[in-house]
Design a protein around this ligand. Structure first.
Ligand code: ZN
Length: 486
């Protein structure tokens, strides 16, 4: 039997071999055919319009999971049904909404950092989606409860003072940005040494005050005008709610006009708007090139508050006191005959608008920078009217008067009653600012009177002990300053 079988098997071998060859050919044909089919389908997809219904049903696995995002979008399109695409779009929409809500919470937190809890809470409460309002979303309603709780812990004046009349108001003049030019020994050097601070000193002062929990507030935050039952109005202390331990204070800057005598002396030349429309300072270099930068209080404080939002109460910055006799903010708007008058007026109006939007406020510093006690009423009227006509329209008006040389029009420590007062009041001024070494303020029915502490070379070199509650002048004084020369 074995032999017979062996024979048989021997005879069969070629047949089996043949079958294998045929099988291989069939497989090859099948493979080639499917490759051709694949090529033709690919060509169809690339040329003709997409026909999703042709796509295989075997791929439908319900809504695509997260991994599908990592696939080549072209491939994903090829395999998705309309339902899947809709599901994917819905998924993306939901993800966008989540991101948007996170951004809203971050924006609200930023407002709260600057003590604007009402603004922060409203910002969240304004949220609406197709599903409903903020209450539908736990992350939003949680944020509202958290902010409301924080708001409840705020204290009037941070608990640091029992009255706004005790808060500090400090003032500067334009800062010296180039010490070598300001202190070059020419005729103006002495005045700069006495009445100005340098950029480096200003930076150290605000850093120190920030570390000591001071918070910028605007002059307009200090008081509010309240209408009484009899219809009359009176000034009352304003509401300034801060986190515990914070200390509100006001900064003002006098004579932000970049007068001609300061040319070539290391000061800014103008306040201009940068490419983003934000106020900055322009400086003219020796070769006439104009550069923008942090050369004075405005852009320095703006940058500082941007970095430290908790240094500013609801975006407050400072008060800029303007004369008029050489125009304002470096624009010679005092001379209608100037060839650039129209352009200057247009530009400075834009700059003033941007400054106000940025948290800055304006004051009159008298048109001609005259000692208001020495000039008579007729002179005061001419000077004031000229400021109201030439300067007020450029800045949108102001009811704050910063006394030139810090000299009040009245010497009384009681209530103003002079003709000068009645004229100024009738001209729209309600807030009157003088100079004194300590905080002092009167809030009367019809007006507010406050003094400011000078921060300059004279104060830091001659009377350092007067500033010790704010900072130690020894730690601040610029080594480039000449010795006391007055
Ligand atoms: Zn002045």
């Amino acid at each position: 039997m074995s032999r017979h079988n062996q024979e048989k098997q021997k005879n069969r071998k070629p047949t089996r071999f043949l079958r294998l060859i045929i099988l291989e050919i069939v497989v090859l044909i099948a493979l080639f055919g499917s490759y051709r089919l694949y090529l033709s389908m690919k060509a169809q997809d690339q040329s003709g319009p997409k026909n999703n219904s042709q796509q295989s049903d075997t791929d439908s696995k319900g809504p695509k999971d997260e991994d599908s995002k990592n696939e080549d979008p072209k491939d994903a399109e090829n395999v998705l049904t309309p339902e899947e695409i809709a599901a994917q779009e819905e998924q993306e929409r939901l993800q966008k909404e989540i991101t948007h809500r996170q951004e809203i919470i971050a924006g609200a937190d930023q407002l709260a950092l600057g003590y604007d809890y009402d603004g922060a809470i409203n910002f969240i409460k304004e949220y609406k989606s197709s599903e409903g309002n903020y209450q539908v979303y736990p992350e939003l309603s949680d944020a509202v409860s958290r902010l409301e709780k924080e708001k409840g812990t705020l204290l009037q004046l941070g608990g640091s003072y029992d009255s706004v009349t005790k808060i500090n108001h400090i003032f500067f003049h334009s800062l010296i940005a180039d010490n070598s030019k300001a202190f070059d020994g020419d005729g103006d050097s002495r005045g700069y040494n006495m009445y100005m601070a340098t950029v480096s000193e200003f930076n150290k002062i605000i850093q120190k005050m920030y570390e000591d929990n001071y918070v910028l507030v605007n002059i307009s935050d200090l008081t509010k005008k309240v209408t009484l039952e009899d219809g009359s109005t009176e000034y009352q202390e304003g509401d300034i709610y801060l986190r515990e331990g914070k200390k509100p204070f006001v900064i003002s800057v006098d004579d932000v006009c970049y007068y001609e005598y300061m040319d070539q002396d290391g000061f800014s030349s103008r306040i201009v708007l940068d490419e983003n429309g934000a106020p900055t300072c322009e400086m003219i270099l020796d070769d006439g090139t104009k550069v923008n930068g942090l050369f004075d209080v405005v852009p320095i404080l703006d940058a500082f508050v941007k970095e430290h939002p908790d240094f500013s109460y609801r975006g407050a910055k400072g008060l800029l006191a303007l004369t008029g006799y050489e125009g304002i903010l470096g624009y010679r708007t005092n001379d209608p005959k100037s060839p650039t008058y129209d352009e200057d007026v247009k530009q400075v109006t834009e700059v003033a608008k941007a400054l106000k939007a940025d948290g800055w406020e304006f004051a009159s510093h008298g048109w001609g920078h005259k000692n208001l006690q020495e000039i008579d009423l007729a002179f005061l009227k001419r000077d004031t009217n000229r400021w109201l006509k030439e300067v007020a329209p450029l800045i949108g008006g102001s009811d704050v008067l910063v006394f030139p040389f810090g000299v009040d029009f009245e010497t009384t420590l009681g209530t103003y009653s002079s003709d000068k007062y009645h004229f100024l009041k009738k001209s729209g001024f309600n807030v009157f600012l003088g100079v004194y070494s300590k905080p002092w303020m009167h809030i009367k029915k019809d007006y507010v009177r406050m003094t400011r502490r000078p921060i300059d070379g004279q104060a830091m070199i001659e009377y350092p002990e007067r500033l010790m509650d704010l900072f130690n002048p020894r730690d601040v004084l610029d080594p480039d300053r000449p010795k006391r020369n007055w």
